[in-house]
Design a protein around this ligand. Structure first.
Ligand SMILES: [Zn+2]
Length: 320
């Protein structure tokens, strides 16, 4: 991903805080109970005492470590096949069927075989909410770039989010997507980036399925141990509002700053296709695209914050 050159930061006026109460029981005209759950309240539907399963950053951080241990994982490499196998094994052990979306990308170095991974959690409605991130790392010739935050953090958090969401009831259908080929092979210019997300949008467009996507939540570089996330001006305003309100409500206003920035990332193909999308990214990371993006600069706590905030925001996003 890339920050727009010459970008300036400015303090936003604090948005209207949105609150929502616990479980809302609505009865549809046909008499079928329709409910929503309140993730950050731990409330289960129907008044049951079973707490909603929580995001476990110890699990997520273990995934991050395992991915980093594979080494550099650029698109098309043997190592990214290993990363794919790791993600797939973890999801299979939770009972998921992992769908592969293979495609051939035209890179500056010629054709590269890439694969997006998709897990679907069917809800009561076919309308889809995508939660995604990339799992490739930037090709850095002659450097050991292991992408602890840039690549591993999003891929790891998504594995844990899938596990948690599987145990939570939901109205919408959730799709968790691991994009291949986010990184540029050479430079972030022209079409040398976001290969996986662009292919996903193209395939959904061809299948006439784009209109069933309600929103995309994109995670990228969420491992920084000094995590600070700014509102991305390229993201959809209402999604930013909902997520920043959830961050304040859950006590993470120090991480989700009332500052903005402008990011080019895997959300842009969706935005350009008219799909509401938000990018949660901490690009204020001195180790970005350096060999120092390693385990010593990321933390489980940062994954926890992002996991908690995303889960807290989902009920409101479903209601929109
Ligand atoms: Zn990157």
């Amino acid at each position: 991903m890339k920050i727009t050159p010459g970008v300036f930061l400015r303090v936003l006026k604090k948005g209207t805080r949105r609150y929502f109460a616990g479980a809302i029981l609505a009865v549809a005209a046909v008499g079928m109970p329709v409910w929503y759950w309140a993730a950050d309240q731990g409330a289960a539907p129907g008044g049951s005492a079973t707490p909603a399963p929580a995001f476990d950053s110890a699990r997520a951080f273990e995934h991050l470590k395992q991915l980093v241990a594979i080494g550099p994982r650029p698109a098309g490499s043997a190592a990214i096949r290993e990363a794919r196998a790791y993600i797939t094994r973890q999801l299979a052990s939770e009972g998921f069927t992992v769908e592969q979306q293979p495609f051939t990308a035209a890179s500056p170095y010629g054709a590269v075989e890439m694969v997006n991974l998709i897990v679907t959690l069917r809800g009561r409605r076919p309308e889809r909410l995508l939660i995604a991130g990339h799992y490739d790392t930037k090709l850095m010739p002659n450097q050991s770039f292991v992408g602890a935050s840039d690549g591993a953090s999003s891929a790891a958090a998504l594995i844990e989010l899938a596990r948690v969401l599987k145990q939570r009831p939901h109205e919408l259908t959730y799709e968790i997507v691991w994009f291949d080929g986010e990184e540029a092979f050479v430079d972030w210019t022209g079409l040398d980036h976001t290969y996986g997300s662009r292919y996903y949008v193209q395939a959904a467009t061809n299948a006439n399925a784009l209109s069933t996507i309600k929103a995309l939540i994109l995670l990228d570089m969420v491992g920084d141990r000094e995590l600070q996330i700014r509102r991305d001006r390229n993201s959809t305003a209402w999604l930013n509002d909902v997520i920043w309100a959830a961050a304040k409500r859950t006590g993470h206003g120090q991480t989700f700053l009332d500052l903005d920035t402008e990011i080019e990332d895997d959300h842009l193909p969706f935005i350009e296709a008219g799909v509401p999308a938000v990018d949660l990214i901490d690009l204020d990371y001195p180790q970005w695209h350096t060999p120092a993006d390693d385990l010593s600069h990321v933390s489980a706590q940062s994954l926890q914050i992002v996991g908690d905030v995303v889960l807290a925001a989902l009920p409101e996003i479903e209601r929109r």
